[in-house]
Design a protein around this ligand. Structure first.
Ligand code: ZN
Ligand code: ZN
Length: 361
């Protein structure tokens, strides 16, 4: 039987053929993992349609590359991997090679061109692999679901330890610890914990700030489990928050539910974003919503599509995206509510089990 990796490479081979390309140099670690299963930090994959791909790596990953992939592993002991790959391409008389233009530095491109024989050409393929990655297989959705479950369980376990006097850093450490206890390799991104007025910073780094009973708590966390990311934001407080914050919470929740309701196969990404914005406009909070409504996720925490203004991409069954409107008011605080959902023909399938009422401890 064909492995999931071989099936993905076959789809890429078809795209290469359409563009008259004989090979593709893959440099993004997530794209390499997607196409062959290699999880090391230093690798380069040369996709050769109709043949076994060649995986270039350094001696640290020799054994791992052989264990994880069915590739022809080429261990490069000195010099850049790209130069070794260019030599292989030259030997095979391959002249038209695709490369990931948004992932290759100016310098690496120069080295690569220099190592290729005269008359060969490097052709940018843009987001070819990323656009394949947008639509997930059932197995990938299952992995993201398990990641979301581990994430939600870690959240529930850590929240039990929240008490006044705890610092943002302590809570972030507890969340990360609980995540790993539930099988996460690592957090999918640096866990965000903010107390009080600092919740108005959409991407607050945890600090040694300590929690006082009247403060709102924002937690944005995601697990990376079996290679797949999840992403969730929840709010809680020790005591009932001020009426203004409660109103803001209700408005953001309403916006989040409206956007979730708009998700289904065939709608544009911008139309989902518009729904969230409409609700927040009605609550006088449109200007306080400073980011887009969501993003795709999978092997990476931020993937295509982006659910924002002017995004014409149509959502389709199998895409997995976040829905995360928010509102932020300097001096007062911010609210964001975020779920990870799969797009289906009938709507959004929510993969995040944690409930969304404001959690008052
Ligand atoms: Zn998030
Ligand atoms: Zn997110």
């Amino acid at each position: 039987v064909e492995t999931e990796f071989a099936a993905r490479r076959r789809r890429i081979a078809k795209r290469l053929a359409e563009r008259g390309l004989e090979a593709l140099l893959v440099t993004s670690p997530a794209n390499i993992r997607y196409l062959c299963g290699f999880t090391g930090s230093n690798g380069l994959l040369l996709v050769l349609p109709g043949r076994k791909p060649a995986l270039f790596t350094d001696p640290r990953y020799e054994l791992q590359a052989a264990q994880e992939t069915g590739c022809r592993v080429r261990v490069v002991r000195s010099g850049p991997l790209a130069v070794a790959a260019a030599k292989v391409a030259a030997r095979r008389k391959i002249v038209r090679i695709g490369f990931e233009s948004q992932r290759v530095s100016f310098e690496a491109h120069g080295r690569l061109s220099a190592a290729l024989p005269l008359g060969s050409s490097l052709e940018p393929v843009g987001m070819m692999i990323e656009s394949e990655r947008m639509v997930k297989s059932a197995g990938e959705i299952e992995r993201i679901h398990r990641s979301a479950e581990a994430n939600s369980e870690a959240f529930a376990a850590a929240v039990r330890k929240v008490k006044p006097g705890m610092s943002e850093l302590e809570l972030a450490a507890e969340l990360d610890y609980q995540m790993r206890r539930r099988g996460a390799e690592q957090p999918a991104f640096e866990t965000i914990v903010a107390f009080g007025a600092r919740t108005a910073l959409p991407h607050a780094r945890p600090t040694s700030n300590r929690l006082s009973p009247n403060q709102l708590v924002l937690i944005d966390m995601g697990a990376l489990r079996d290679g797949y990311a999840s992403d969730m934001t929840r709010m809680l407080s020790v005591a009932t928050p001020k009426p203004r914050l409660r109103r803001m919470y209700r408005a953001v929740l309403e916006a989040q539910l409206a956007a979730l309701d708009a998700v289904r196969d065939g709608v544009t990404a911008e139309s989902v974003d518009r729904r969230a914005r409409q609700v927040l406009r009605g609550a006088g909070l449109e200007a306080a919503f400073v980011h887009s409504t969501g993003h795709g996720l999978g092997l990476e925490i931020h993937e295509a599509p982006r659910l924002g203004k002017n995004e014409k991409t149509r959502l389709s069954t199998g895409m997995v995206v976040t829905i995360e409107p928010g509102a932020y008011l300097e001096g007062l605080g911010g609210v964001r509510i975020e779920d990870t959902v799969a797009v289906t023909a009938n709507g959004a399938r929510n993969l995040t089990p944690t409930e969304k009422d404001l959690l008052v401890l």
